[in-house]
Design a protein around this ligand. Structure first.
Ligand SMILES: [Zn+2]
Ligand SMILES: [Zn+2]
Length: 291
């Protein structure tokens, strides 16, 4: 693992965890879910949680190099800044086109970015001479798994995962010239993810720490319902280990931590259940960590 490169440096093949917190609330410790994979200096952003554009800038990554966005599913901790990433990218000089992939209604959501920001866009075009926003982004709606993109030596494969009640929800695998990286998105234990991640170099998987969840929901007015949702739609740490072992990945990176804002949960607590099942390398993800 390394620190982010300085802005402007040429980036050949790296992945950066931009936000590792799970759940929709803005958090003190971690930003919401987002990752970027950089191949030949072009960006493949996976998920657009709160602050994704700012995290890219802090990581020294130019928004102008954004070419692909992949949304795993439409929970707000994964898509709230989808529009903002594209709008700020446009302001930063992003060139057409950006291909965006994700579940419906991605096409309508993309149209609404321009509609919602019509005053700002029109003003900047007239006042600052900026190019049109129209045509900058081409959205592609996904309803089934399979190869979604294969270009410039990078193959991107999606798999449907189990994240009730949101359907569809996807995990994505990136086979680059250098290695293979899988991003689980949000998922309960899913055999489809095991298949997708088979033999991958890196699996970034969401994780739930059950004792922490009990503390988290203890203060909520709808504690039982919230706990039931979390357990039904996410993956407890021991199960993450089982999945990484079944997929036979080299390195498992924990991310999308639930609870996402509890400093009392140590790395040891996150990994003890994982290591009981998985004997490969285990990394506890952090915002801005370079993989
Ligand atoms: Zn989430
Ligand atoms: Zn979710």
């Amino acid at each position: 693992m390394a620190t982010p490169l300085e802005r402007g440096a040429k980036r050949q093949d790296e992945a950066i965890l931009l936000g590792t917190g799970g759940g929709p609330r803005p958090k003190k410790v971690n930003m919401s879910s987002a990752q970027v994979i950089i191949v030949n200096d072009l960006l493949y952003v996976v998920d657009c949680g709160d602050g994704v554009a700012r995290q890219l800038v802090i990581a020294g990554v130019s928004l102008q190099k954004l070419r692909h966005v992949f949304v795993t599913h439409h929970h707000s901790d994964h898509n709230a800044d989808y529009g903002n990433l594209l709008l700020f990218g446009w302001i930063d000089g992003l060139k057409p086109i950006v291909d965006a992939y994700g579940p419906p209604p991605l096409v309508r959501m993309t149209e609404l970015i321009a509609e919602m920001n019509a005053v700002d866009i029109a003003t900047r075009i007239a006042d600052e001479g900026r190019p049109p926003f129209t045509g900058l982004v081409v959205p592609h709606e996904l309803t089934a798994g399979g190869v979604v993109r294969q270009q410039a030596g990078v193959k991107v494969t999606a798999a449907l995962v189990d994240h009730p009640p949101i359907r569809p929800a996807f995990a994505y695998r990136f086979d680059t010239p250098g290695r293979s990286i899988v991003i689980s998105g949000d998922t309960a234990p899913s055999e489809s993810l095991v298949t997708l991640a088979k033999g991958a170099d890196v699996l970034v998987h969401e994780v739930l720490y059950l004792p922490g969840v009990d503390r988290l929901v203890g203060n909520e007015p709808h504690a039982t319902r919230l706990r039931d949702h979390l357990v039904a739609s996410h993956t407890p740490s021991a199960e993450v280990g089982r999945i990484a072992a079944a997929a036979d990945v080299k390195t498992l990176v924990l991310s999308h931590f639930v609870p996402g804002d509890d400093r009392s949960i140590t790395d040891e607590m996150w990994t003890v259940g994982v290591r009981a099942q998985f004997k490969g390398e285990v990394v506890v993800g952090r915002d801005l960590m370079v993989l």
